[in-house]
Design a protein around this ligand. Structure first.
Ligand code: GLA
Length: 337
């Protein structure tokens, strides 16, 4: 009997570029993701893909340096094998309906799908996510936070996942019945994202050398930073953390107008203080704001291109390239075929 492992992509409702600074994030799983079908056994993890060329062939007793695995997508497979260290191999296929390079966490979905197929302990979702966060860095050198892997593993249908990235406590926040999220693609594939991402993280760490942990910093602390770039970066992280708590309450209370304003404020902070938006993303956010039924919109994920999320009344018509729409989807699963 074969297996079927599924791992969803995600959008982040709010709380971007906060996870790696021990801040707060509020992502939700979407209904697009990555599936692996196959059979366990043997000494290799051997996977084909309907979206990427070549075959990933990773020996389970010696996965080697993941960064050097080929074809390029096999780096993620090798890094997951190196973390999970399965006793049995896997022969199968990767199918994905999640566009890559769109800010919807397709690499995390691949990692979680491989790890799920290899039997990682998903009950301990935080430990599993930490292992896959290490895998991402080993595979492609991106010093990412824990958000993408954790929400793909731990999401519960109908709820967003509030993550405190300092304590690693998670809460499932019910999503209002009378709202949905629409994901719109800017048409911009994220480029240079890895180096720009690492640079932003380094700037936040430099700001911490001046005023201490950003998750505890006040607006007054932030104004003590002389360097204007570091001050802006710190201002984004500190105000974004506040917005995560504000949005969590707004969703719980069904205050959707206020929730939408928080998304728009977050977008402005990503654009002006963190400088990770693009004119195409700004244009989409501006254009949807006037549409009846729309509460608010913002870039989602790391930025530098990718997607905008729109919070709106269900079935709101948007004349835009919609990638997905709906309410929070469930997290990873493993079944038999
Ligand atoms: C990427 C990373 C996450 C997070 C976001 C920005 O998706 O993988 O850990 O830092 O960017 O919020």
């Amino acid at each position: 009997m074969g297996l079927r492992a599924w791992a969803p992509g995600r959008v982040n409702l709010i709380g971007d570029h906060t996870d790696y600074m021990g801040g707060l994030a509020l992502p939700m799983a979407i209904g697009l993701g990555t599936e692996i079908t196959g059979d366990r056994g043997g000494n290799w993890v051997m996977l084909g893909s309907d979206g990427f060329e070549g075959v990933a062939e990773i020996p389970i007793d010696d996965p080697g340096d993941p960064a050097t695995a080929r074809p390029p997508w096999a780096r993620y497979v090798a890094a997951v094998v190196a973390e999970v260290r399965p006793v049995d191999g896997l022969v199968g296929m990767v199918h994905s309906n999640l566009p890559s390079g769109s800010g919807l966490a397709s690499s995390a979905a691949l990692e979680v799908a491989v790890a799920t197929a290899l039997g990682i302990d998903r009950v301990n979702a935080v430990a599993a996510a930490q292992a896959l966060q290490r895998a991402e860095e080993a595979a492609v050198g991106v010093p990412c936070g824990i958000m993408d892997q954790l929400v793909s593993l731990a999401a519960v249908e109908g709820t967003a996942l509030r993550i405190d990235c300092d304590t690693l406590e998670i809460d499932h926040v019910p999503f209002p019945d009378d709202a949905e999220v629409v994901v719109i693609h800017s048409g911009q594939h994220r480029e240079l994202a890895a180096s720009a991402y690492a640079e932003r993280r380094a700037q936040c760490e430099q700001a911490e050398l001046v005023i201490g942990p950003l998750r505890k910093a006040s607006p007054l602390d932030v104004e003590q930073i002389d360097d204007p770039v570091l001050r802006r970066r710190a201002r984004h992280v500190t105000t974004e953390n506040q917005r995560v708590d504000a949005l969590t309450s707004a969703l719980a209370d069904g205050q959707l107008g206020y929730a939408g304003e928080l998304l728009v404020a977050s977008h402005a902070s990503m654009r002006d203080d963190f400088e990770v938006s693009t004119p195409a993303l700004d244009e989409i956010v501006g254009a949807v704001r006037g549409v009846p039924g729309v509460y608010g919109a913002r870039v989602t994920g790391a930025g530098f291109g990718g997607c905008v999320i729109v919070l709106c009344r269900p079935k709101t018509r948007l004349n835009m390239p919609v990638v997905w729409r709906g309410r929070p989807a469930p997290g990873a699963s493993l079944g038999l075929t």
